[in-house]
Ligand binder design. Structure first.
Ligand SMILES: [Zn+2]
Length: 271
């Protein structure tokens, strides 16, 4: 029965997001399926965490639109999220709901779920707010090197603070909504642990962006871009570095996985 409610709730929210141009068609279907699993198997506490990510990241994508306009060409996708982005950001979270369904007594399902969302939320907040940093970002692999705003692997002070806050929001909700009754530590320690795990996931995302993520070049605009096969101007882009299969969706999946991994590693050391 809860699965049916979950499906309905996920369907309604996804449809509203589609109407608001936050999701395209494939993204709407993917979000309905994933929301149904998370709301249906988890329940309202899991829904709150997922919605905190979904609502704040959609809102931040829209905010400061004018100041971000000229950066749109850098990113592979616009404001409308497709199925790849939905699974990249929420796939790991959905997997941890399944872990919880199998082992409802354990806190590991919840912590893994929360840390994966903390990581993708941290990454999204950093991307959306980092571009407002007054000076150009520095490469995470070489802090002496300044790069153009919006470059994958670039980090800035504002972006890193945004990342920390994005992670902390999910972490604090997770600590106080813990559905398992089992508290391995006090609320604030749990919140702190998940915050750091989320931040680590988002830094890992930048690291992959700077090293192995597929990057392309537009010969018309003489610019580096994530867009492939075509740039916003319509010119076919040329592969310049990284593994061609390692696109932004897979990097997001890795960010979420790394965040969960770090959180579970912390938990295993204090348990
Ligand atoms: Zn171009």
């Amino acid at each position: 029965m809860q699965l049916l409610y979950g499906f309905l709730l996920a369907g309604i929210i996804s449809f509203l997001a589609y109407r608001a141009h936050s999701l395209n068609k494939s993204g709407t279907i993917a979000a309905t399926v994933m929301g149904a699993i998370i709301f249906g198997l988890g329940g309202y506490k899991w829904a709150i965490l997922l919605l905190a990510f979904f609502i704040t990241s959609s809102a931040l994508s829209r905010a400061f639109k004018n100041r971000k306009q000229d950066l749109a060409e850098k990113f592979s996708k616009g404001n409308e999220r497709d199925a790849g982005q939905v699974f990249g950001n929420g796939g790991v979270a959905a997997a941890f709901v399944l872990v919880h369904a199998l082992y409802p007594e354990s806190i590991l399902g919840w912590v893994g779920f929360a840390a994966s969302l903390a990581a993708v939320n941290a990454d999204t907040w950093a991307t959306e707010l980092g571009v407002l940093n007054p000076t150009p970002p520095r490469m995470i692999t070489n802090l002496k090197k300044r790069v153009e705003k919006g470059t994958s692997g670039g980090i800035s002070l504002l972006g890193t603070v945004a990342s920390l806050l994005g992670s902390a929001l999910i972490a604090i909700l997770a600590a106080f909504l813990n559905p398992t009754e089992r508290l391995i530590t006090d609320y604030w320690s749990l919140a702190l642990l998940i915050t750091f795990a989320g931040l680590a996931g988002s830094l890992f995302d930048s690291f992959l962006g700077a090293t192995v993520q597929a990057m392309y070049f537009c010969p018309t605009d003489q610019k580096e871009t994530e867009k492939h096969p075509l740039h916003t101007c319509g010119t076919p882009t040329i592969h310049i570095r990284g593994f061609s299969w390692l696109n932004n969706d897979i990097v997001n999946l890795a960010c979420a996985t790394f965040g969960s991994f770090i959180a579970l590693l912390f938990i295993s050391t204090i348990q």
